[in-house]
Design a protein around this ligand. Sequence first.
Ligand code: FES
Length: 218
Amino acid sequence: MWICPEANGHIQATGTDAAGRRRYLYHPRFREQQEAAKHEHILEVAPALPLLRKHTAEDLKVRGLCRDRVLACAARLLDLGFRRALRALLRRRDDGERLFAYWQAGAWHDVRADDLNAYLRERTDTDLTAKDFRTWHATVLAAVALAVVRTGGRQCAVHRDENGQLHAVSARCTHLGCIVAFNSAEQAWECPCHGSRFAPDGQILQGPAVRQLEKRDM
Ligand code: FES
């Protein structure tokens, strides 16, 4: 075990867990910066996803198990959210076999993570990598779980709770009509104008609003 002598060191401590894996404890500020950088990166590469889908659809139509078709299949799995399963397949080593391989120049070639990343870069002309899909799917899930959406010409504040139940209420604050935004740390809809706060089901947590957010059908 090693403990950083500096209070602001980016790694605060390292050690080995019971399974023999090396563990690192990072400074919370450093983790925040890393997370922010990941999300900035996703904003840069996400616009290339439609192009990737177009290319993978074309590559999947090719006959045989050539490089592009097999890599397109792996990319499609990533895009559909099967990252963990794909990672397990790419890492399969115990009996020397891998489930992803392509046929080229009279021989089978195992697909490795580097091949997949090269394919993602080639097809999108960005530095999109397999790891980015984790951040992308987390972002999509968060957007689906809590969002302000326009439906029937009105703004709805939609939140999916931990039991999977969807709560849809008007996104318009009942004080003076500003649009609320979700604060995930507080699990509340908050009004940026004068500070009213509402529970996910619209009940008032804090004024000046005196009426709850109206329920909406989704
Ligand atoms: S408009 Fe929301 S608190 Fe005033």
